[in-house]
Design a protein around this ligand. Structure first.
Ligand SMILES: [Zn+2]
Ligand SMILES: [Zn+2]
Length: 164
């Protein structure tokens, strides 16, 4: 399930909540993401992907991204693109978990992507504030370098928290 951290700027009070991974809402996030891709809302490349690969899948797990232009942080679905390995046919999952029924929702779980699919690309995403290109930050990068306040440049202080 999802895991989150809260970050706080000790200088100016800026706050950032980062929710990573796949929460209980994942099947719906997945469906929404695919619908947006197919409608063209996420750009031509996204739309074309499902035309070229009707059996393609996407990783919609949340990741932290930073805008290369304005330094703003945004939590976004990763939008990594996958195609099934040869011979694999996806069976729609009946339930996401015992606690949360997700019948009727068609999605590919992140662990299926790892086992049964091959990554073929990743969609570019843009900053909602300035339109700049977003760069996805891996958890390792965040752990190693930490995060910088987009307002004043001070290093953010991490506060643990969890979500589902
Ligand atoms: Zn600050
Ligand atoms: Zn920006």
């Amino acid at each position: 399930m999802g895991q989150g951290s809260g970050y706080r700027c000790p200088k100016c009070g800026y706050r950032l909540d980062v929710m990573l991974g796949a929460g209980f809402a994942y099947p719906h996030v997945y469906e929404e993401t695919v619908a947006k891709m197919k409608s063209g809302e996420l750009g031509e490349e996204a739309k074309q992907f499902f035309v070229d690969h009707p059996d393609g899948a996407v990783n919609a797990e949340y990741e932290l991204a930073v805008c290369k232009e304005c330094g703003r942080y945004e939590t976004v679905p990763a939008l990594k693109l996958y195609v099934p390995k040869e011979g694999y046919v996806h069976q729609p999952a009946g339930r996401w978990s015992v606690a949360v029924p997700a019948e009727g929702v068609s999605f590919v779980a992140p662990w299926d992507l790892e086992d049964q699919y091959v990554k073929v690309g990743q969609l570019k995403q843009h900053c909602q504030s300035c339109g700049g290109t977003l760069k996805i930050l891996s958890e390792r990068t965040i752990a190693r370098k930490g995060l910088t306040c987009p307002c004043c440049g001070e290093k953010l202080v991490e506060e643990q928290m969890f979500w589902d």
